[in-house]
Design a protein around this ligand. Structure first.
Ligand SMILES: [Zn+2]
Ligand SMILES: [Zn+2]
Length: 172
């Protein structure tokens, strides 16, 4: 979705919903790479981030409307649902929901997420003394503060690639 279209959609949403929602002053709307959510509202910063993987204009408007509601209702409770109902009954094509399940390409977004997850770096930490090892999703930047839980030996770590990184000894 290009910038011009996005700007047009943002203007549509803010003018169509200005009588229902309080649009915060200085609101900024950015695009993010998220696949675990389609939109996120940063209430204190007056900021909304919308996933670049959203494809249709209506989905974009629905997600933006959802995030705008959050400036009034931080959670998805009764009040939130009432705002959804009001917006959806305007007859302007909105289908604002409390979750992302109804986004038209949500399956595609979930597939991208899975792929991202499988490409994520892992790290193996191992004990130079006894061979104990463990695989972690994140690098431990304070490894020197830790010792082997089995023998108190010194630990090392390196990037771990499934099927490629050799594991010398695995103890259970
Ligand atoms: Zn929400
Ligand atoms: Zn050890």
């Amino acid at each position: 979705m290009n910038e011009e279209i996005k700007l047009k959609l943002i203007n549509e949403v803010t003018s169509e919903l200005k009588n229902i929602l309080k649009i915060p002053e200085g609101l900024s709307i950015s695009e993010c790479n998220a696949t675990s959510y389609v939109g996120r509202c940063y209430i204190k910063e007056n900021k909304i981030a919308i996933s670049r993987f959203i494809k249709t204009d209506q989905d974009y408007k629905d997600v933006l409307a959802h995030e705008l509601i959050h400036f009034m209702c931080p959670n998805h409770g009764k009040d939130f649902k009432e705002y959804c109902r009001k917006i959806n009954s305007l007859g302007l094509g909105y289908n604002v929901r409390t979750n992302a399940r109804q986004i038209s390409n949500i399956d595609e977004i979930r597939d991208i997420r899975k792929e991202k997850g499988s490409n994520r770096k892992s790290y193996i930490v191992w004990c130079v003394k006894c061979g104990w090892c463990e695989i972690y999703k994140q690098k431990n930047h304070k490894l020197r503060n830790y010792r082997c839980p089995k023998c108190f030996g010194k630990l090392r770590q390196k990037q771990y690639i499934k099927g490629k990184t050799e594991i010398y000894r695995v103890l259970n």
